[in-house]
Design a protein around this ligand. Structure first.
Ligand code: PLP
Length: 357
């Protein structure tokens, strides 16, 4: 059967929509593999060693997805009835089916994410339960970096660490986009994750690999994590096939994130010039751009639909309006095309409304 290459739209819904690079496809073709459930896949082992070094953690474990990585970290570090504190607008709280509660009986105690992604420190402290017979026991604090494209800086992480230490709590990082955070903050990865007991990072977001995440922590944590991965059905066999693409993503995709950040800024600046569009600059620090359409007769829904009909895909997002994410495969010329097209769509929609009135 012949599969013809479809004409791809300019797809800015997420950085998860990337196509694997030619180098990734080549690496997958040539990967040396073994049964990873038996610990015999050299490519997976290499990837895990590379990421242990990169993060400065003792050990690492390749997992299917960010969701599985976060879930395993919570299930290993909390028992049934324990409490993990998460932001109310974090991925763990909103988009992972509350898996830790559903499968592990863990209470996800949500506290408000401020507009900069941080959890207010006094609120965080007051959410920590004492070891009282009436309460679930707090075990873990989870942060996300970047959060909706906003990098969370080291001084804030240190303040949370202090609180965690004072209360004997562990810290987990959902670092799906930690490479974007590291670039924006100009900090090395190991420094950014140092204060966390466990960290999950994704190869399939800004790093453009087709599949896979990794969790890192102490040897003891990874030992338990491996058992948990198996019971969740995540023990994979010749998985070096996909780990090889993740290795290529480490080698070739980190340095180019600077282009994504530049292009995101180009997009944010261009959109900000357009009448009836508002852009929130404080949200546009890495590869994500959030904007709103402000015209009394043009709804977000019809605007997005019109863009889609012109081969440009963006996402309606509950918190911040319309989301456009820049990634591998999106060039500055695409950004210019998007800006032009947004102008045309608004003009046409305005004209249609005038005719209809
Ligand atoms: C911040 C964050 N964490 C975790 C995940 C989950 O990753 P996955 O889709 O690989 O399960 C995502 C996915 O978009 C995410 O944005």
């Amino acid at each position: 059967m012949n599969i013809t290459t479809p004409i791809l739209p300019i797809d800015l819904r997420s950085d998860t929509v990337t196509q694997p690079s030619p180098q990734m496809r080549q690496a997958m073709h040539e990967a040396i593999v073994g049964d990873d459930v038996y610990d015999e896949d050299p490519t997976v082992k290499l990837l895990q060693e590379r990421v242990s070094q990169l993060t400065g953690k003792e050990s690492a474990l390749f997992v299917t997805s960010g969701t599985m990585g976060n879930l395993i970290a919570l299930l290993v570090q909390c028992q049934r009835g324990d409490q993990a504190i998460v932001g109310n607008k974090s991925h763990i709280a909103l988009y992972e089916q509350s898996g830790a509660s559903a499968l592990g009986g863990i209470r996800l105690r949500t506290i408000a994410n401020l507009r900069n992604g941080c959890l207010e420190l006094d609120t965080l402290k007051s959410a920590i339960t004492s070891d009282d017979i009436h309460f679930s026991r707090t075990k873990l604090i989870c942060l996300e970096n970047t959060w909706n494209g906003i990098p969370i800086d080291l001084s804030y992480i240190k303040s949370v660490k202090q609180i965690a230490q004072d209360h004997g709590l562990k810290m987990h990082l959902d670092g799906a986009r930690i490479f974007n955070a590291a670039l924006a903050l100009n900090e090395p990865i190991d420094k950014l994750v140092h204060d966390f007991d466990t960290v999950q990072l994704c190869f399939s977001k800004g790093l453009a690999a087709p599949i896979g995440s990794i969790i890192c922590g102490s040897k003891q944590f990874i030992h338990e994590a491996k058992r948990m991965r198996k019971v969740l059905g995540g023990g994979m066999r010749q998985v070096g096939i996909i780990a090889s693409a993740a290795l290529v993503s480490l080698d070739t995709m980190i340095d180019r994130l600077v282009d994504d950040h530049k292009n995101a800024k180009l997009l944010a600046d261009g959109l900000a010039q357009i009448e009836h569009i508002t852009v929130e600059p404080c949200l546009n620090r890495t590869n994500m751009v959030f904007f709103n359409i402000n015209h009394p007769h043009i709804s977000t829904k019809e605007f997005i639909l019109q863009l889609c009909q012109n081969n440009i895909l963006v996402l309606a997002e509950k918190q911040f309006g319309i989301r456009a994410v820049v990634h591998y495969g999106i060039e500055a010329s695409d950004i210019n095309q998007v800006i032009t097209q947004v102008k045309i769509v608004i003009r046409n929609l305005k004209q249609n409304k005038t005719l209809a009135n």
